[in-house]
Design a protein around this ligand. Structure first.
Ligand SMILES: NC(=O)c1ccc[n+]([C@@H]2O[C@H](COP(=O)([O-])OP(=O)(O)OC[C@H]3O[C@@H](n4cnc5c(N)ncnc54)[C@H](OP(=O)(O)O)[C@@H]3O)[C@@H](O)[C@H]2O)c1
Length: 339
């Protein structure tokens, strides 16, 4: 029996839709099963910003484990020294350090520090740049509440600093026609439509997302792989204990777990969400309508704000004259938030 044309057309459309739906997960599965790239093919040195704690420290350790020499860039010389020693004890790699406060970019001191970075990498076979450093203070606040200077600092570190460091390193990669840049972003930019009360933080990361994707297209034909890596929740200093306490443990990776997977993905496409649990979160959030995300996020982040605003109460004994003591509230300096 001949089927009518409209039926065949609809069936073809349906089949195309199913193929398109399946193609993405299948392509992704293929990527998961492939062997990770040998990072040495980019060059023998890697630069990591913010390597003295959290993800940056784990990433520096992981890259050293893979035999890459390191240029570590951070704002505190003593922390850099301690981190270099900790890595040096475990892995026989060369390590250079550059003291650079990314909040000082576009100032004379910042320009001087960027000049020192250029000098430090001159003549090195720099293959990989991991732009990891970022700040998330003052945490969950309405825009009008916080000291504007803190937002300016956040924008300088998360956005301008990252841009300047990338611009300083790219010429060396271009000259050799190979290299990889990893920009560490945030789940707040890919999984949810808004990130209220962390608005400036998540907006800086949205910049990093667009910056990365456009650079990926710009430099792909020049042998340079640019990737935006997206952590969701990872146990580091950036998450306050109040936020950590509210999280389901199976959704929160340790820094070492995260970076082991993240390092495997370097060079594989413009965007990566490392780790199975983090990918699952990404997938699940895609089924939730925007209005429900917005409704939930503002409530959750208002709870963070309550903690951040100083719910800590300390009892001061009043010398025994009263059994009640004295209650005072202390402002909580914790940065708070999720990402
Ligand atoms: N933890 C999470 O759940 C999570 C989620 C999403 C995205 N992320 C992203 O992951 C990256 C690493 O964060 P983390 O959780 O590992 O945070 P972290 O433990 O606070 O580490 C941040 C690093 O950046 C450095 N840094 C801060 N300000 C700097 C400045 N002005 N100049 C130079 N270096 C500076 C810090 O140096 P000092 O130690 O000297 O201060 C530290 O080494 C960030 O890009 C963050 O946005 C984290």
């Amino acid at each position: 029996m001949d089927a009518p044309v409209w039926f065949i057309s609809l069936a073809c459309l349906g089949a195309l839709y199913v193929v398109a739906l399946c193609a993405r997960p299948l392509a992704y599965l293929a990527l998961c099963l492939r062997r990770s790239k040998d990072l040495h093919r980019y060059g023998s040195w890697a630069i990591v910003t913010g390597p003295t704690s959290g993800l940056g420290r784990s990433m520096a350790m992981e890259l050293a484990r893979r035999g890459l020499n390191l240029v570590l860039l951070d704002l505190d010389a003593a922390n850099l020294q301690e981190t270099s020693q900790a890595i040096g004890v475990r892995h026989a790699v060369k390590i250079k350090t550059v003291v650079l406060d990314l909040a000082l970019v576009t100032t004379p001191q910042g320009d001087e520090a960027i000049r020192r970075l250029r000098e430090a990498i001159a003549g090195l076979d720099v293959g990989l740049l991991v732009n990891n450093a970022a700040v998330n203070t003052p945490g969950a606040v309405y825009l009008h509440e916080a000291d504007i200077e803190r937002f300016v600092r956040m924008i300088r570190v998360n956005l301008w600093g990252l841009t300047e460091v990338t611009a300083a390193v790219l010429p060396r990669m271009l000259a050799r026609g190979r290299g990889a840049v990893v920009n560490v972003g945030s789940g707040s930019t890919v999984a949810v439509p808004s990130f209220p009360l962390y608005t400036v933080y998540s907006s800086t990361k949205k910049y990093v997302a667009r910056f990365s994707r456009s650079l990926y297209v710009e430099y792909k034909s020049k042998g340079i792989d640019v990737q935006y890596q997206v952590p969701f929740y990872v146990h580091t200093r950036m998450l306050s204990s109040a936020v950590k306490a509210k999280l389901r443990p199976w959704f929160v990776a340790t820094a070492d777990e995260y970076t082991r997977t993240a390092a495997r993905w370097i060079g594989s496409g413009p965007l990566c969400v490392p780790g199975a649990a983090q990918k699952l979160q990404w997938c699940l959030t895609g089924f939730v309508p925007d209005w429900a995300h917005d409704w939930y996020r503002i409530r959750l982040h208002l709870q963070h704000r309550a903690v951040t605003r100083g719910a800590r109460r300390v009892v001061i004994p009043d010398g025994g004259s009263s059994s009640r003591g004295q209650l005072i509230a202390i402002g909580n300096s914790s940065s708070g938030g999720p990402n």
